[in-house]
Design a protein around this ligand. Sequence first.
Ligand SMILES: Cc1cc2nc3c(=O)[nH]c(=O)nc-3n(C[C@H](O)[C@H](O)[C@H](O)COP(=O)(O)OP(=O)(O)OC[C@H]3O[C@@H](n4cnc5c(N)ncnc54)[C@H](O)[C@@H]3O)c2cc1C
Length: 466
Amino acid sequence: MTSLVWLDQALRLHDNPLLWCNANTPGQNSSSCRLVAVVCVDQAAYFSRQYGVARASLLRLQQQLQLIANTRQALARLNIGLVTLFGEPATEISSLATALQANQIFAATPTGYHEQQTIARLKLQHQVTTLDVNSLLGSPDLAPQLHQLPDSFSAFRKQREPLLQVTPALAEYQIQPGQHWYCPADVAAFSENFSQLAMFSQPLAQPGSSEQDALQRLDDYIWQQQAIRHYKISRNGLLGNYYASKFSAPLATGCLSARFCWQQIVRFEQQQQANDSTYWLKFELLWREFFRWQFRKYGKAWFSRHAIKGPADFSPPSLPHAQQQAFNQWCAGNTGVPFVDANMRLLNTSGLMSNRGRQNVASYLMHDLGIDWRLGAAYFEQRLLDYDVASNWGNWAYIAGSGNSTERQFNLIKQALCYDPAGDFVRIMLPELTATGSLIHQPAPGVKVPAHWQSWLAKLSDRSNS
Ligand SMILES: Cc1cc2nc3c(=O)[nH]c(=O)nc-3n(C[C@H](O)[C@H](O)[C@H](O)COP(=O)(O)OP(=O)(O)OC[C@H]3O[C@@H](n4cnc5c(N)ncnc54)[C@H](O)[C@@H]3O)c2cc1C
């Protein structure tokens, strides 16, 4: 018997149910089974376009390639080989299963519609067992029933919180007696297509590209700096290392387990201090969880013009010429609205942006420029190193009022005055601007200023407004 262990979304040794798959399969005689670890870079997810926007930046591809290289090394230390594939995942995985006469495939439970379709296609030809590797409520006894899943976060939280139990994290993986993995030499022949990607590889040291860096970040943020103690107060920061956790990229690539994060927060609460901030970090992880289950509930609807509200309409966004120009300027960080441009340039250079920044630039694009929210979501998908299908598209739809809330419109000047009162953030990101104090937030001449900003523009001054 041979089983494929498809590690996409779970490239890590800690808390990885896929690596323990044999032990999890009742009735399987593990001593006669050989296991093959495999990962597949989805060609369309990195090399195609949606609505005319490239699906992934070079940096995001490099992050994924680095993560694969790091995981390959970590597995090799256990004498486990990693087959690396490149192409259309259902086709590639299916061909490998056929070539190795594998009669079982273990894979991560999908969240997004595209991944759901891939698993459904594989199930037509193979026996596929999915394990929920990245959800807090991942075990069957804790998983919400999709038909009873509330569509409002508050209702979800109230339903779950009083009894909030999270699936316990598993220990760091070690070879189990009776488990027989293909070793590195056994798998070398299967990675031919993947070698095409070598030209894009670039060494990166980011939490999203290495399990070790991700675990170090967790330890540093929670235990060494104890920045978790003030998370609730600092979380609306715009720039810096400790205003928020920065767990999102490793959670999104799957090299950090959400359940392990949760357990570390609970341990900190038990051993050091439980306060509003420690609670709030768990609260934000619940947001992530909420969107994951929402995506499982509504599938493709999330990509419709009105997402989960209103009639299904999958026609691509249309952009008249003037809007096309406005969209290009928004992407490049050249709108003339300093708070928008500073955040977009941060995204373009680093692949990250604070939550406060994301809410503001999203609101500006859809509510002030009147551009279809799906174009903004597509651009974020391209750029974000923490790109996660449910968190990204779910948050965009949320601000549009097409998801789990009514429309959220932000007043950019009011927000800039509140979160960047002295203009320091804008000054770092847009060094060409010379205005002093909060006057730096003044939109450039010629920018069409929405009426609801007017009274806030009057509050800009050459001194900090804090
Ligand atoms: C338009 C828009 C698009 C977004 N796209 C993504 C995305 O693609 N990937 C992504 O991980 N997050 C996304 N977010 C949510 C949020 O902005 C990021 O998770 C957060 O900024 C990451 O920084 P952090 O890890 O320091 O977060 P922290 O503030 O430290 O939060 C801890 C963790 O909680 C989760 N979390 C926090 N806020 C949210 C939220 N609003 N929704 C879902 N999960 C949350 C994340 O996993 C995060 O790592 C988006 C938000 C908006 C408004």
